[in-house]
Design a protein around this ligand. Structure first.
Ligand SMILES: [Zn+2]
Length: 268
């Protein structure tokens, strides 16, 4: 393998495309029809060692802490692409709503504060998660419900928010997004909840809204978030587990006991 030095710290870009098609040529390997990913259909990284199919899927991290940097491959790249997809439409004086301030959402808040001048509102459930959103830079935090949508509409002189990032993707959050969005706003669905927002006609729903999906990100974008992390512009909250505790990590995730991301470490 060439392109990296032996012993060089790297992280692994998770979208392994064919390397040849038009998506791969553009760096968007996550869109490749032949996409596979470590841990999703082929051996993953929950082991002391892993085999990577090509040096192009390695991104050097320099002096970054590998434990903190590991999560950049998903928990920064995904939100970064989602934000970049609507960034040309974001202007001064706007308000952005982040639904779900967990493993993805808390970094989305940090990225939005770095990349835009918008005020950022976060929706989640429970004081602990709302405090977490606040600590990560949210200007306002609210319980995720329809009363809070009314508050946010009031804050925006009833225009509604300009962009919603839905990191849950359930029916309930999709409908909150539709109720919160302004005319000509953008809703980006990143969560895998399988839900959606109900459309209608006339003024029952906001007009000319763009609803899009966003999945993972490009190789070049992973390099960009690594660079941002090196500059101290984003920090992913992590809880670490040994390999023997991996099942516990999944249980904690299921039980909502991880604020941020769980990272399984090779056994020392
Ligand atoms: Zn391809």
């Amino acid at each position: 393998m060439s392109g990296v030095e032996i012993g060089e710290p790297v992280i692994v870009y998770g979208c392994w495309g064919c390397g040849i098609c038009r998506y791969c040529a553009d760096g968007s390997e996550g869109l490749c029809h032949k996409l596979t990913s470590p841990g999703l259909g082929r051996p993953g990284a929950m082991a002391e060692y892993m085999i990577v199919d090509s040096p192009r899927h390695l991104v050097p991290i320099g002096d970054l802490d590998p434990v903190k940097a590991a999560s950049l491959t998903d928990a920064a790249l995904t939100q970064y692409q989602a934000i970049c997809s609507v960034l040309p439409k974001i202007r001064g004086g706007q308000t952005i709503l982040v639904i779900g301030a967990g493993g993805l959402g808390h970094v989305a808040i940090q990225l939005l504060k770095q990349m835009t001048s918008a005020r950022v509102v976060a929706f989640d459930l429970g004081d602990e998660r709302l405090d977490f959103a606040k600590k990560n830079g949210a200007d306002y935090v609210f319980e995720s419900n329809e009363d809070s949508v009314a508050e946010v509409r009031k804050m925006t002189n009833d225009y509604g928010v300009d962009v919603v990032f839905d990191f849950v993707g359930a029916d309930v959050t999709g409908n909150l997004a539709i109720k919160a969005i302004a005319n000509e706003g953008s809703i980006v669905i990143c969560g895998a909840g399988g839900g959606g927002a109900k459309n209608s006609y006339g003024f029952a729903v906001p007009l000319n809204v763009c609803i899009s999906t966003s999945n993972w990100g490009r190789r070049s974008q992973l390099m960009e978030v690594v660079e941002m992390a090196k500059r101290g512009q984003l920090q992913i909250a992590t809880k670490t587990y040994t390999m023997n505790q991996a099942e516990q990590a999944y249980q904690d995730l299921h039980d909502g006991k991880i604020l941020g991301r769980g990272v399984v470490l090779p056994n020392a």
